[in-house]
Design a binder for this molecule. Sequence first.
Ligand code: ADP
Ligand code: GLC
Length: 487
Amino acid sequence: MTLNVLSVASEAVPLVKTGGLADVVGALPEALAAHDVAMTTLLPGYPAVIATLGKKPKAVHKWESLLGEPARLLAGKLGQGAAAQALLVLDAPGLYAREGGPYGDATGRDWADNWKRFAAFGRAAADVAGGVVKGLSFDLVHAHDWQAGMTLAYQRFAPAGPQLPSVITIHNMAFQGHYGADLFPALGLPPQAMAIDGIEYHGGISFLKAGLASASRITTVSPTYAREIREPGFGMGLEGLIRARESDVSGIVNGIDPAVWNPASDPALKAPYTAKALGKRAANARALEAEFGLERGDGPVFIVISRLTWQKGMDVLLEAADHLVGIGGRLALLGSGDAALESGFHAAAARHPGRIGVRIGYDEALSHRMLGGGDAILVPSRFEPCGLTQLYGLAYGCVPVVSRTGGLADTVIDANLAARQAGVATGVQFDGVRYQTLADAITRTVHLFRDPAAWRSLQRAGMSADFSWTGSGGAYADLYKSLTVTP
Ligand code: ADP
Ligand code: GLC
């Protein structure tokens, strides 16, 4: 029997993306279709999303007042052609019809009414899950991150009706949606919701906690991160709740879409290639050097594709940049984020012309070209729930150099002696994100690179690993079924 699942999230590829959340939400419906799960995705109606619905989108429901805002539910498609999946869009112009990003204005400042934008989104999602739209019924709700967390609180505290089982996935504990208790009356929840096992958090309100406290099951995007968030450094204040619900928490690692991330058929690459013909990467490497103004050299080209933030360890990489160049490496960096890091990397590039090239901005096609031509991808994150760029690196024979945390620990096999002898090593891992540990990992990578047979072995082992959605799609389907099928 097909299970109908409502997936609730604030971003999804190809419509709106600020990070890996969008990749995952966009890929899940197809990944689950193979397991007899029909997934409908609900997104907020940002202008870019509404624009894809055509001139006269079909309204399947109307709210006169959703937390005071008039709103409509529009139906569309996520993706194209045979792979297209069901999409619902919450069109509430007072909340979402504005220029800028999904969470803030063009300068990156959060919208002051984000509490209302995502509470209304949760309210609408709970209504949809509860069956307000004629002909649409669901067996389970799957909410992602704090922006969808309130869905599960509205469901749980609904005045009537049987509750649907629910799953919440934590893509990043660092973002929790905290607001003042003074907003509580505006949320339209009954008084008992403002309690320690409800949405209350240290005297205020937490949207992520609302979801975690209300969901039937909690998942996060790697088994290691599922363990890490029981500890204060990673749980970021919610470790107690995670521990209390330990038996309901599990980790399911993200997949990547092999149709999009495949060096053999990637239209962005000058020279497509396979594991058997790695020599062809040279043409991509030359193109990459030209694009980043890098000189030829006999050391590896390290690449970075990242948000430039503390989470990603970019401040430590900046400290280690001189060392990287000093031992014969080169660096091509694509990213945007903190202004101080952006200017820091510009300064590093100015110090090392021909050795460090920097592109500030967001550029999907360039990220593909970097993976096809770079030798190693650096991901020195302080914490990383899953991480996707190291998976792209594996698929492209661009060897990942990663800190041993979260999904990075779960998806890369360090080139220690035993792993190299067994031929299973796929990258370099290091413990603790500090100057010395990163500098040592960079040194180790340069030495490995200078041993062509060892390097080829790392590349080939990475390229033969399967990080498609096959396994993880099945894991989500099993979880849904365990919650919906009565024995
Ligand atoms: P996070 O979601 O924490 O930023 P992930 O590794 O899960 O980290 O996902 C990041 C996604 O965003 C990947 O698809 C990555 O390729 C992409 N990305 C990040 N920065 C850029 C950029 N500057 N240009 C193009 N793609 C980027
Ligand atoms: C978050 C995490 C990242 C993860 C992504 C998708 O943005 O920071 O590690 O890969 O979500 O789950």
